[in-house]
Design a protein around this ligand. Sequence first.
Ligand code: F3S
Length: 106
Amino acid sequence: THVVTDACVLCKYTDCVDVCPVDCFHEGPNTLVINPNECIDCAVCVPECPTEAIFAEEDVPADQQEYIVLNAELSQRWPTITRSRDPLPDADKWKDVKNKIIHLIK
Ligand code: F3S
């Protein structure tokens, strides 16, 4: 599977959802996640993300491993998103900030 990581938090640009052939993105208040049971590992979403938030599971950085479980868990209860929408209002401000997991609203 692929995994949405820390860089998405507080940004949620949503460019990724338009290209997903299996609609495996799910939307929370301030980030997206991928359902690992739906993702087919095509990787087309990876270059679409302006924050480079999406990794193949085996390539998730060591300090972001907790996002693997977060994607699996939160995708079970957040609704599917299949069309891009406007980013969060302060997305450009948060784009390059690290360790945003403390702001992740579940
Ligand atoms: Fe998030 Fe990047 Fe998609 S910021 S919503 S993973 S385009």
